[in-house]
Design a protein around this ligand. Structure first.
Ligand SMILES: NC(=O)C1=CN([C@@H]2O[C@H](COP(=O)(O)OP(=O)(O)OC[C@H]3O[C@@H](n4cnc5c(N)ncnc54)[C@H](OP(=O)(O)O)[C@@H]3O)[C@@H](O)[C@H]2O)C=CC1
Ligand SMILES: O=C(O)[C@@H]1CCC=N1
Length: 264
């Protein structure tokens, strides 16, 4: 497939570029890339990809265009892509706005685990996207992980707040516990291993069966020991309310990302 990637050196763009090339989903000669800073000296070891000089050249060489720039950079691109399949990773830029480019629009919401080939990227296809396009989208997203189609565009905002957050919330929890242990004088190496046990190994027990979180919580509360005391204190201090406030704020922020048109 002839694919053009705008934002090829960014966090997600670079991960997708690497995956598409390494998995042979796009041949180097069919791959057109663009960024602002110019071609890096090495692109994941592939010297035979094509670096476009501007957006029109990328569009002209590509059947599928992946948009992996920040939402604030979208309008500046002045993308015109009539008849092309356009796959956007941008948070907060709705299909109605993207359709100004004249393409068939799909929005996907990947996450930072893309850099280890483990993004979960739910996607929504606007009207006009064909059955073949949907296959192409799923093939492209398999370059850096797994994906599922969504039936409603507003669910992309939920996906922005949840899988889109990548390592953010585990990091918040890990950092809070690490700070607590350091403040209580635990040797650094032991503090780090303890947090890995609580955050990473604990999370692994939920892998592939996250619905069992409720069962674990019930088991700890029934046990009525030290962990139950900790869980009750966390709830009393507003843990669930804090999670809810975080997700609400992320969703609100995604709706404000684009800003008013007069800013462009
Ligand atoms: N990072 C994440 O975890 C997630 C990001 N997203 C969405 O994905 C999109 C990309 O995010 P991310 O990879 O983090 O962003 P980055 O800032 O890491 O990368 C942006 C890329 O866009 C390029 N770029 C910016 N402006 C232009 C332009 N005018 N023409 C050509 N290239 C341009 C940059 O090039 P240069 O480096 O040369 O400036 C860079 O390669 C965003 O819209 C974001 O909302 C969605 C889910 C998760
Ligand atoms: O934090 C962000 O803005 C990026 C975009 C969507 C999810 N993460």
């Amino acid at each position: 497939m002839k694919l053009g990637l705008i934002g090829a050196t960014g966090w997600l763009g670079s991960a997708l570029g690497k995956g598409l090339l390494e998995k042979g989903i796009v041949a180097p000669g069919d791959f057109t890339l663009l960024n602002r800073g110019g071609p890096p000296s090495d692109y994941h070891g592939y010297s035979d990809v094509f670096w476009a000089k501007d957006v029109p050249e990328l569009v002209q060489r590509s059947e599928i265009i992946v948009l992996s720039v920040r939402p604030q950079d979208w309008r500046g691109l002045q993308l015109a892509a009539p008849g092309k399949l356009v796959l956007s990773f941008m948070a907060g830029v709705p299909c109605a706005e993207l359709q100004r480019c004249g393409g068939r629009i799909v929005r996907a919401m990947p996450n930072a685990a893309a850099e280890m080939g483990a993004s979960y990227s739910p996607w929504f296809a606007a009207e006009g996207v064909t059955v073949d396009d949907r296959d192409v989208v799923s093939r492209v997203l398999s370059g850096f992980g797994t994906s599922d189609p969504l039936d409603r565009e507003d669910h992309i905002d939920l996906m922005t707040a949840v899988p889109g957050s990548g390592a953010a919330y585990p990091s918040l929890l890990a950092q809070a516990i690490l700070t607590y242990l350091r403040d209580h004088g635990l040797p650094e190496q032991i503090a780090r291993k303890s947090v890995e046990a609580a955050v990473c190994d604990g999370a692994r027990m939920l892998e592939g069966r996250v619905e069992s979180a409720a069962t674990y919580l019930e088991a700890y509360l029934d046990y009525n020991g030290t962990t139950a005391a900790g869980l009750r204190a966390a709830s009393a201090a507003g843990f669930e309310a804090a999670v809810s406030a975080a997700l609400d704020a992320a969703i609100r922020a995604s709706r404000d990302l684009l800003g008013p048109e007069e800013n462009y």
